[in-house]
Design a protein around this ligand. Sequence first.
Ligand code: PLP
Length: 430
Amino acid sequence: MERYPKSAELFAAAQRVLPGGVNSPVRAFKAVGGQPLFIERGEGAYLHDVDGHRFIDFVGSWGPMILGHASPAVIKAIVETAGKGTSFGAPSRLETELAEAINNAMPHLEMVRLVSSGTEAVMSALRLARAFTGRDKIIKFEGGYHGHSDGLLSKSGSGLATLGIPESPGVPASFAAETLTGVYNDLSSVETLFEQFPGQIAAVILEPVAANMGVIPPQPGFLEGLRQLTCERGALLVFDEVISGFRVAQGGAAARYGVTPDLTTLGKIIGGGLPVGAYGGRADIMRHVAPSGPVYQAGTLSGNPLAMAAGLATLAALAAPGVYQALEDKGRMLADGILTVTGKLGLPVTLNRVGSLMTLFFTGDEVTNYTSASRSDTGCFGVFHRALLDNGIYWPPSQFEAAFLSTAHSEADIIETIRVIGLALNKTEI
Ligand code: PLP
């Protein structure tokens, strides 16, 4: 940590009072064998650390910062709203406006409930699915991450995949038993579970574009097949679009792939960098949520005015013509540049990309599910990550996370990133 003495000092202090020195595990950089950098400020596509280095940021706070850091329109909305008070515990107009903005982009979210995190959104959506169907079991997919609620940690992606934790202590076996796991992109694995547990499965939940085992697109027919299977078996289809919502298209993965789920969970982008989550879908299902129905779910800070204002400003910017095409073009430019470099070096890597989301896997084999993602050489990834960091590129500190582009990344930023990736790969023995 010679290059980062102030970060090292702050990390030592943090470790005395915060478990592992962080408030969310992947931030600790454990998987890449280093120590985390402490961030002083963000500005557009850049992060500045406390030691005075500037980085081109491809983490984007793990997804929310699709407009880049400290976007002037978002900051203005937050400041203006904060001047009127930060929380009322009573309805405010902004909540309806955000729900309407979501509904405009995603008409299948006929009604929306706003909460404070993606975890809360998923937990609540599954409670609703269970109540609506009168069934207890849920199907998720190996390597899918849906927040840290009890029952959803088994065979999960994100930090659990990063740290090699198959499931968490503290989750009662009886809870975990209600979660069944299928294989992503493998419809027959889901059919088998429906056969094994007839009439017991309330919902199938998935990231329609997997992004927590690295980025894995749905293969043609997978989402359509799940739609058909859930309809036939009386289960609900839940798209967890906490990452993909307003990211892979304005209407999320449902719009990009033309498959409509019964319920959807959102977070990240819809809060513009403030804590937020949402779940929504068919009105006949959503009407079961209290107080219009019996399914209880509440929150002191739900619909918080600052989060609503930041989300509304973000969604307004994303509604401008050409935004998603520009994100697609930037994603393609970066991906093509990386593949040119790896091709020249003859390296066995696989790059998966959907729009402005991508993962460079350190394996030459195709990556279509968690098992194939796990074949990546994480040691090499660690060396690669450190080389990028020391040359001004802040790449996600895990093989099993997505890199995120924003509207703030310029062509020059992408060219510089490709140059540094070339240097890093030259040093990485794979
Ligand atoms: N669902 C998905 C697909 C996610 O990627 C995440 C977080 O990364 C969550 C749910 C949980 O969201 P949060 O971290 O806001 O609780």
